[in-house]
Write a new protein. Structure first.
Length: 286
């Protein structure tokens, strides 16, 4: 069975998008592993399915390269919104997208028929440990000292449906992200469901540098939700203002934590890398 797909990138996150409204796909965990391993390799963060929704404009389902289903990614969310507009699945520029992390709102900025910028409202950062999968008796997990290998890090955690934690460093550029990111991801006595790890360095009150270790993937060149995690905790701990630019390997992302609504916005462009189709032998024709 042939599957049509589009590869899109949003500031480092590189996803394969599949229209699951007009073509039937199944065996999603196996499909994700097949696409990532056979055709995309390092740099592809998995697949995103655009599905119909009864409560929103569209539903987004994500699968990591190892076949596990993810909850929500800010960059994937933004690219999905551009996909449905460019491929004429909608003519709306204000969209509501259903994810496992909840309903997300996205605004498209269009000039001369082209989507030039995308703003995603990923909602309220949930700091309560009752909704974050963290093994702790604390009400909130903010700058808790944790022994990781030979170092003690102050780790903070939150959730937008997908678990993230952040560690602030003096020098993120020369830090061994692989060594410590992998160790934290598999520290299941603390994070029973595994976690994405943001390593961040505050340059000034309006500028942060970060690198991201994504569970099931390894280090990525970009992560929108990781950028928001760094910005939220930099603000909470008094390191930064609520509106900051976050530098990641894939490019800079604008992040704004709105005090009035207590929601977090991210803004930046996205682009199509290529479109094609692939024969998937283990999928049956319907």
């Amino acid at each position: 069975m042939k599957i049509k797909f589009t590869k899109m990138q949003a500031y480092g996150n590189d996803y394969v998008y599949i229209d699951a409204i007009h073509q039937k796909v199944d065996k999603l965990d196996e499909l994700s592993r097949f696409l990532s391993n056979r055709h995309f390799g390092v740099g592809s963060d998995g697949i995103v399915l655009i599905c119909p929704s009864e409560i929103a404009d569209f539903r987004m389902r994500m699968f990591n390269p190892d076949g596990t289903e993810g909850e929500m990614c800010g960059n994937a969310l933004r690219s999905l919104s551009k996909y449905v507009y460019v491929h004429k699945l909608t003519d709306k520029t204000d969209l509501v997208i259903e994810t496992l992390g909840g309903l997300q709102k996205v605004k498209l900025f269009v000039e001369n028929g082209d989507v030039v910028n995308i703003e995603a409202n990923i909602g309220e950062p949930r700091l309560s440990t009752k909704v974050i999968p963290v093994n702790t008796n604390e009400d909130e997990f903010i700058e808790q000292p944790v022994q990781i290998l030979d170092k003690v890090f102050k780790i903070s955690a939150l959730s937008w449906g997908n678990p993230h934690c952040v560690i602030f460093l003096d020098d993120v550029e020369h830090f061994d992200v692989h060594k410590y990111g992998k160790e934290i991801e598999y520290k299941t006595d603390l994070f029973p469901n595994k976690t994405n790890v943001t390593f961040a360095q505050v340059i000034n009150r309006n500028y942060i540098k970060m690198r991201e270790w994504e569970r099931g993937t390894g280090e990525t060149i970009g992560c929108g939700t990781g950028c928001c995690t760094a910005a939220v905790f930099a603000s909470i701990t008094g390191r930064c203002d609520r509106q900051v630019t976050v530098e990641q390997i894939g490019g800079n992302l604008e992040v704004n934590w709105d005090e009035k609504t207590n929601t977090v916005f991210m803004k930046g462009p996205s682009h199509t890398v290529f479109e094609s189709e692939i024969d998937v032998p283990f999928l049956m024709e319907k």
